[in-house]
Each structure stands twice: as structure tokens, then as C-alpha cells.
Design a protein around this ligand. Sequence first.
Ligand code: CA2
Length: 148
Amino acid sequence: MAKILLLNGPNINMLGKREPGIYGDLTLETIEQQCIAQGEAVGIDVTCLQSNAEFVLIEAIQQAPEADVEYIVINPAAFTHTSVAIRDALLSVSIPFVEVHISNVHARETFRHHSYFSDIASGVIVGLGPAGYHYAMQTAIAHIQKDN
Ligand code: CA2
């Protein structure tokens, strides 16, 4: 069965619990369940991982080829603006990925305007709220269906 890896970075586990004005009121568990259901509907397995630790995300990316992951959807959260290490991990596995941001980072502080991922991503979804994950999943599914 084809696989999509859904990765979320630091503090995303707080979704739906704090700052609903910026990040909406859906919890991460709900978003993950919706993404899993979206995959199930077309026979694609979706593995979800959220971590506050950079090395955990890097290890999941490094293991993705062995796990037959064909596409990655990632919201690197604050690591977006800092992590050369996660960028290098994604480059090393050559698995296509979509970068998702719930908020419109370009309408926020200047330090959020730069991403270490956007130039190497297949696409970037910014500022569409939790629905951004749904659109990213659609992109991943379309890519897998085209290839298989
Ligand atoms: O808009 C996004 O999705 C971000 O990746 C979210 C990150 C932020 O550092 C990026 O600049 C943009 C922060 C995630 C924090 O998530 C929270 C969720 C609820 C309550 C508090 C934090």
C-alpha cells in the first residue's frame, strides 16, 4: 500500500487548545484523523508524527525510504525558520513534499517570512488554516495516483 508521511513540528500539539484566533480550533488529533480518512478513501496509508524535537523529525525522514513513503506533508512549525538539519534530511531522501503553514507567515513577524524548505518543496500552502492539510493531502494523493 502506498504511504504518505504527515509530519508536524514543535507546538503543533497545542492546536485547538491555545491561540484559536491564529491557528483555528481544530485539534491536531482531529486533523490527523481527517488526513488518515482522506488516505483510506483511496487506499493510501497515512502515518502521522508530531514532535517538539528536531532529531525525531529527522529520524522519521531518514527512515521514510525504507518505510516506502512516497510523499511527505510537513508543517515544520518554528523549525521552518531555523532548521538546516531538517532541510538536509529532506534533500537526502529525495521524497517529494508539500510544506504547510496554518497561518499566513508572510503577514506575521519578519522572522517568519523565510523558510528553509520552500525552495526545495513541490509546493507550499500558507494561511488557509487547517484546510491546508486537506489540500496538501490532495496533492500527495494525486502525485501517488499518477505514479502508480
Ligand atoms: O502557521 C503555521 O503553521 C506555523 O508553522 C506555526 C508555527 C510557527 O512557528 C510558524 O511560524 C508558522 C507555530 C506552531 C505553534 O502552534 C500552536 C498552536 C496552538 C497554540 C499555540 C501554538
